[in-house]
Write a protein that binds this ligand. Structure first.
Ligand code: NAP
Length: 248
């Protein structure tokens, strides 16, 4: 049986680890050719490339528009088109806002917002020419409500959801769908450093009583990227085990 992304060309930013890696694996298993970016962890990226047939790693800092354009041109030169973009790459710097160095705030905004903007702008033109495409922007439940110690991160993820809605409104009539994927707490390197008491506290607030697995997020990314969501655009799909539905 053909996969759900048979013959599609996908770009996944930050595919060397965590949620991005799970997206690369899932998309490739569904038949897509998957180009994925990384910035620092070359070894991890090569490991994904070796383990996943149809996956190709590109070193590309999403904060740099020229690097993004160059990476896109590599993809277009080889495959001629981009059907799917998953804007997944992101960083978190946690700490009380008043104590956080301005540089940390800038790093979060640059990686999360500018990186997403740069890639969305870059793929938009080739998608417009083909009048077809699906963009999935990875936000976070932190962008839906306030979390102490995560002001900059929350702001960046809220911006991603606003970008998604605006872009969807502009792109809908042109055959391009744009949606946000909104994970709660997921077991990856990003959450590995959360101290045990805080982890326990968060777990107690999650209706399903546990952190999510990257594969549970990549399943939702597949839905948004594929034709199964062909009438869905501008939306935010929350994948958080029920974290955001309770107030206690
Ligand atoms: P992770 O394990 O820390 O992986 C981050 C990935 O992003 C890595 O592949 C990293 O590349 C790449 N990256 C970071 N900055 C980059 C840049 N400037 N250019 C290109 N690639 C860059 O993170 P994760 O937990 O999988 O998170 C993935 C996304 O989900 C992020 O947007 C995050 O905010 C969001 N999210 C995560 C959670 C969670 O609980 N884990 C919850 C909600 C939302 P290298 O390997 O080269 O460093």
């Amino acid at each position: 049986m053909p996969g759900r992304l048979e013959d599609r060309v996908a770009i996944v930013t930050g595919g060397s680890r965590g949620i991005g890696r799970a997206v690369v694996e899932r998309f490739a298993a569904e038949g897509a050719k998957v180009w994925f970016t990384y910035i620092r962890h070359e070894e991890a990226a090569r490991e994904v490339e070796a383990a996943v047939p149809g996956a190709v790693a590109i070193l590309c800092d999403g904060r740099d528009p020229a690097a993004v354009e160059a990476a896109l041109q590599t993809v277009l030169a080889r495959d001629g088109r981009v059907d799917i973009l998953v804007n997944n790459a992101g960083v978190a710097h946690n700490g009380l806002f008043a104590m956080m160095p301005a540089d940390n705030v800038r790093q979060v905004l640059d990686a999360n917002v500018l990186g997403t903007v740069n890639w969305a702008r870059a793929v938009f033109r080739p998608m417009l020419l083909r009048k077809s495409g699906s963009i999935v922007n990875v936000a976070s439940v932190a962008g839906l409500f306030g979390l102490p110690g995560q002001v900059a991160y929350s702001m960046s993820k809220g911006a991603i959801m606003s970008l998604t809605r605006g872009l969807a409104a502009e792109a809908g009539g042109k055959g391009i769908r744009v949606n946000s994927l909104v994970p709660g707490f997921v077991d990856t390197d990003m959450t590995a450093s959360i101290p045990s008491p805080a982890r326990r506290n968060y777990r107690e607030r999650i209706v399903m009583g546990r952190f999510g697995r990257p594969e549970e997020v990549s399943a939702a990314a597949l839905f948004l990227a594929s034709d199964e969501s062909s009438y869905i655009t501008g939306q935010a799909l929350v994948v958080d085990g029920g974290l955001s539905v309770t107030v206690i």
